[in-house]
Design a protein around this ligand. Structure first.
Ligand SMILES: [Zn+2]
Length: 238
């Protein structure tokens, strides 16, 4: 049980001082607990009567903020319980960025539902979800034409604004997600890899791993490396 929840439970037992706290503040406290851990939200619900009514996963504000860390990234399988699916759907409806991101990935790569996948990813990205922004950048590059230019700008901006370690984490987490699901988007599988840099030959070859994502001076080459990495994860056939 988290430290926050233990402290709140103790407060409840001693004297119900929580009733003197404005409702908005209590809701905010519970929402922050939910954002750090789903289990802590659950414990909060049973810690005392006052908090019970606020720690409700059906509440839109709570479901928008609740952490999904304890749930599998790709839960929409035959083994997933209905209760679980209803909860995740509620999080999506509430605009929970992580839920939108996960759903967007499944829709786009797993079900080839291109428009709804991108829409979910956009909503997540607009809420500040960096992985969603990264994936949208890659997807736009894959789409080619003007979209490719826009996608490259997104990837290059992320490289400029985020520490290298952060980008590596984002890339790694996206890779793990993609490897854990069945990619069935036939618009990607078996197709030629798009090329961003037409100036440097190196961008079009798979040079050694240790050189990748190093300080590539050419921004287009950097985008190509991201696409090469994605291409190695995507299945070659269904
Ligand atoms: Zn280049």
């Amino acid at each position: 049980m988290g430290v926050q929840v233990k402290a709140m439970k103790k407060t409840c037992k001693k004297k119900n001082t929580l009733v003197s706290i404005p409702t908005e503040l209590l809701v905010e406290i519970v929402a922050r607990v939910a954002a750090s851990s789903f289990d802590d939200l659950f414990n909060t619900k049973f810690s005392c009567r006052t908090l019970n009514k606020f720690a409700d996963v059906n509440d839109k504000y709570i479901s928008k903020r609740v952490s999904l860390d304890k749930f599998h990234v790709v839960p929409w399988t035959s083994k997933t319980s209905n209760q679980h699916i209803v909860f995740l759907d509620r999080c999506i409806d509430s605009g929970n960025p992580e839920a939108l991101y996960r759903h967007g990935i499944v829709q786009y790569f797993g079900k080839a539902e291109i428009n709804s996948g991108i829409e979910c990813l956009r909503r997540a990205a607009n809420s500040g979800h960096l992985e969603a922004t990264f994936v949208i950048g890659l997807i736009l590059i894959l789409h080619g034409g003007e979209d490719k230019e826009r996608g490259m700008k997104i990837i290059i901006n992320m490289k400029k604004l985020q520490p290298r370690k952060k980008i590596a984490e984002i890339r790694e987490r996206f890779s793990r997600t993609l490897k854990s699901m069945w990619v069935k988007n036939t618009a990607l599988i078996g197709k030629a890899r798009p090329i961003c840099c037409t100036t440097h030959r190196r961008a079009n070859s798979t040079f050694h791993m240790w050189k990748r994502f190093a300080d590539l001076e050419c921004e287009a080459c950097y985008c190509d490396q991201e696409i090469i990495h994605l291409w190695e994860i995507l299945p070659k056939s269904i």
